[in-house]
Design a protein around this ligand. Structure first.
Ligand code: S3P
Length: 449
């Protein structure tokens, strides 16, 4: 079998086209893959390291654009962070409450996690003034979800559109603790409020409608914060005036990055892949459950616990997928994997329904509209729903010119769709992958046989 021809072309404006030419006879994917570190855990390791006392050592940090944004912001706030170009990153913490007032605007780049979690910390640092911003995408994403509860804690935050859009200005205050009932299951909202609670006298509680990823809770405990969790009500309480101490953090591989290979291995006939060292925290494994519902052949091997997070190697063999319905409490546990699940659904028999996922409209792009438009350009049958998609599988995809809309997960999902599309697919603005998966293209070349 011939391998696909995969080329990355840099344009005059520095954006990149990823061109995937599938041989007429098709291809198969084989090999063992190691994936980059978990993005959510990487952000938190840098942030907690920065506000802890002493040194934090981070092994396996994601060296993508998003954690780089976090590192730059926390360096400007006074933490010393070693270069992000090795597998071991050291953070010299400044201790909670000790941010220096930065000389310039803090730029969170493309990263919602950076800006929202950082806002909780900034708002609770009395006597200092901060300004925060981000790229075009981040400046159009809603910040009211964190500004409102922070204001209930008496934070002072100003910004465009009635204080709901970045750039935002923050006058740090001594905050008061609250019990916040979040209307959305969002780890960014939960973590923002818990981080604000760290430097606030008393107990701060967040209750969410469904459980979102719990990496903050796990890591806060490991760094020495006093935290209590009520799983019955999805509530977390943090005790203020906390003291955090530097730790050794080992970041597992990102299941959101593994997801591309799990779907690729499922839909490309004759494939078998093993993705090594995948974080399988139960608040993140919705993708495994959804693929199991679709009849995927996926096995977890060598299951273990590494530095407080469950980890496994994941084996996938190709199989004929079938449609399913993805809705309800599973959504927060696979929210970032819906673009690649949409690709899986285009190759599944029957009609897949995705609902309760309106959050997708306020991610790095409107992932409902963009995925529907781009997959339909390749001949898929995707209909937008207000809060999801209806995808009728089984039509053969045809190579086309598609666009990531500068959204990393869209670009990579389209690349996987291209492996099973006839002819040539060109993915414009494919450089977006570097946000969470800098070596995506080289791994793609490696596994295509
Ligand atoms: C993240 C939480 C999720 C997720 C994002 C990372 C985090 O966002 O989509 O990619 O690290 O806390 P929401 O909290 O907005 O759902």
């Amino acid at each position: 079998m011939l391998a696909a021809i995969i080329t990355l072309q840099t344009q005059e404006n520095a954006s990149q086209n990823l061109i995937i030419q599938r041989p007429p006879s098709g291809l198969s994917l084989q090999g063992r893959i190691s994936i980059p570190g978990d993005k959510s855990i990487s952000h938190r390791a840098l942030m907690l390291g920065a506000i802890a006392e002493g040194e934090t050592e981070i092994q396996g940090l994601l060296l993508g654009e998003d954690p780089r944004s976090t590192a730059h912001c926390f360096q400007a706030l006074g933490a010393e962070i070693s270069e992000l170009n090795t597998q071991l990153v050291r953070v010299k913490g400044i201790g909670l409450g000790n941010f220096q007032e930065p000389m310039d605007v803090l730029n969170a780049g493309n990263s919602g996690t950076t800006i929202r979690l950082m806002l909780g910390l900034l708002a609770s640092h009395p006597g200092r003034f901060f300004t925060v911003t981000g790229d075009d995408s981040l400046r159009s994403r809603p910040m009211s979800r964190v500004v409102k509860p922070l204001q209930q804690m008496s934070a002072e935050i100003w910004g465009r559109n009635s204080n709901t859009l970045a750039p935002l200005a923050v006058q740090g205050q001594a905050l008061k603790p609250i019990h916040y009932h979040s209307p959305i299951a969002s780890a960014q909202v939960k973590s923002c409020i818990l981080l604000a609670g760290l430097n606030t006298e008393g107990k701060t509680t967040v209750t969410e409608p469904a459980l979102s990823r719990d990496h903050s809770e796990r890591m806060l405990k490991a760094f020495g914060a006093e935290l209590s969790i009520d799983p019955e009500t999805n509530s977390v309480t943090v005790t203020g005036n906390a003291k955090l101490y530097g730790q050794k953090v080992i970041v597992p591989g990102d299941i959101s990055s593994a997801a591309f290979w799990l779907v690729a291995g499922s839909i490309v006939p004759g494939s078998e892949l093993v993705v090594e060292n995948v974080g399988v925290n139960p608040t993140r494994t919705g993708i495994l459950e959804a693929l199991a519902m679709m009849g995927a052949d996926i096995q977890l091997e060598n299951q273990r616990e590494v530095a407080g997070e469950p980890v496994a190697d994941v084996r996938v063999r190709s199989s004929q997928l079938k449609s399913c319905t993805i809705a309800g409490e599973i959504i927060p546990r696979l929210i970032d994997e819906i673009p690649i699940l949409a690709v899986a659904a285009t190759f599944a028999q029957g009609t897949t329904i995705i609902r309760d996922a309106a959050e997708l409209r306020v991610k790095e792009s409107d992932r409902i509209t963009v995925m529907a438009q781009q997959l339909n350009k390749m001949g898929a049958k995707v209909t937008e729903l207000p809060d999801g998609m209806e995808i009728t599988g089984g039509t053969a995809l045809v190579g086309a010119e598609v666009d990531s809309h500068t959204d990393h997960r869209i670009g990579m999902s389209l690349a996987i769709a291209a492996l099973n599309a006839s002819g040539t697919t060109t993915i414009h603005r494919a450089e977006a992958a570097a946000i969470s998966y800098p070596n995506f293209t080289s791994t793609l070349k490696e596994v295509c046989r």
